[in-house]
Design a protein around this ligand. Structure first.
Ligand SMILES: *Cc1c(COP(=O)(O)O)cnc(C)c1O
Length: 411
């Protein structure tokens, strides 16, 4: 979104026209930004075989999946429904890697039937697959126990983490693989989101290469994700170009050592879609208390949970008044619980009915929305090639009742 001729625009379209057309609250995604982030990441590496699997839990609208497919991405799916969504969007089964955690055998079986790549997260599942589907090649998710990720909730590699098979269990993995004659085609790790130091990837690579050394049939090594984008102007951002350059060298050296081309894989979610997203809300009320000026908006943590759940910072812009005098506001939602989007923010003077925009609203934003307080979830719009497309309808009152069963119970 950029300020041009006193109006905020996405791909040349006035954002106020969009909110007028589709109403608020509204998620709007800039497809060109997704494309440029994909290309930026892809071009950062210089290896013979690279595949980026989009971690679709970040934003799984089917149109976004189709856009990713058109760019050449594969898919990282963490649930059987994400697998099905990917297939529906046209991904080939072999371009989907299924990375479940603590799922039932029934869900593993369903994924096997759909023919996607299986990324195994625990010893029991490894044994199960080896006993019941010895012909299916597997990927193993290793937990290298590197402390990484911006926040306890999104750091998944530490010693107490539930994710992956501990690197310390490698002897057990090898015993099972050998005894059951399992073909291991890939090794994987994902240590968390918002990794603040790319050194983590280098350390993890040394560990994963050692693991991969044990497997003759290895065809890919998947380093997960955790690439960080800026949420504030002075934030750290993964220096993707310099990282790509040094990491490619490391990876190419390993391929040379093994005497074959191995596919380098990553699974970015946030890096690809975070900055594409804009969440637009309307100001219902300016409420001045003794100490604070509140701007109350037509949304809450039912639509955007990250500020409350992760203490995430999302920049907020008053797009209705681009050049007004700044005042200090605390922006809150309409949920009957504390749902503060931002404390003490300097915004261009806000009046009732002004439209505010939350930035970085592409990853883990709509996806974490709920119907709490019996509120409807927002619509979603994708802007692509200078055109706006409605990609999800706003929910209706009927949607709130859709799966409820009104029984004839004599209360
Ligand atoms: C969530 C997740 C990702 C994506 O992480 P980002 O920080 O959004 O890039 C990648 N791989 C796996 C297995 C995940 O669970």
């Amino acid at each position: 979104m950029e300020l041009m001729d006193n109006t905020y625009k996405i791909q040349g379209i006035d954002v106020l026209d969009i909110t007028k057309k589709y109403d608020t609250p509204l998620y709007v995604y800039d497809g060109e930004k997704i494309k440029s982030q994909y290309e930026r990441l892809y071009n950062a590496f210089n290896v013979e075989d690279l595949k980026l699997h989009y971690a679709c839990k970040a934003l799984s609208n089917i149109n976004i999946l189709k856009l990713m497919k058109s760019l050449g991405a594969g898919l990282d799916a963490v649930s059987i429904s994400e697998v099905k969504m990917g297939l529906k969007a046209g991904f080939e089964p072999e371009d989907i890697i299924y990375t479940p955690n603590c799922v039932s055998v029934g869900e593993l079986e369903a994924a096997v039937k759909l023919g996607v790549k299986m990324n195994i997260d625990d010893i029991e599942a490894l044994e199960y697959m080896g006993m019941n589907h010895p012909q299916i090649p597997l990927c193993i998710r290793i937990n290298p126990h590197l402390m990484a990720g911006g926040n306890e909730n999104i750091s998944v590699g530490h010693i107490d983490s539930k994710f992956g098979i501990s690197i310390h269990q490698l002897p057990l993995i090898l015993r099972i693989v050998k005894t059951l004659n399992i073909k291991i085609e890939g090794v994987h790790m994902h240590t968390g989101s918002d990794i603040l130091d790319v050194e983590v990837f280098n350390m993890a690579a040394d560990i994963l290469f050692q693991v991969a050394d044990n497997f003759e049939d290895i065809t890919y090594i998947d380093f997960g994700s955790g690439f960080k984008v800026k949420y504030k102007s002075n934030d750290y951002e993964t220096p993707i170009e310099s990282f790509g350059k040094s990491f490619s060298k490391k990876f190419n050296d390993y391929c040379k050592k093994r005497g074959k081309t191995i596919r380098l894989m990553f699974e970015p979610g946030k890096f690809l879609v975070s900055e594409s997203g804009h969440f637009f809300v309307r100001t219902n009320l300016i409420k001045q208390t003794t100490s604070t000026i509140f701007a109350g908006v037509d949304s809450g943590f039912n639509h955007l949970l990250r500020p409350m759940f992760y203490e995430a910072h999302h920049e907020i812009v008053n797009v209705s008044n681009p050049n007004g005098n700044e005042r200090i506001y605390t922006i809150v939602g309409y949920i009957c619980e504390t749902d503060t989007f931002g404390y003490n923010r300097r915004l261009s003077e806000v009046k009732e009915n002004d439209i505010l925009c939350f930035k970085n609203a592409g990853a883990y934003c709509f996806m974490m929305s709920s119907n709490y307080n019996s509120r409807k979830r927002p619509a979603e719009v994708l802007i692509y090639n200078g055109k706006d497309y409605l990609i999800r309808e706003r929910e209706s009152f009927e949607d709130l009742l859709r799966n409820q069963v009104e029984q004839e119970i004599s209360f």
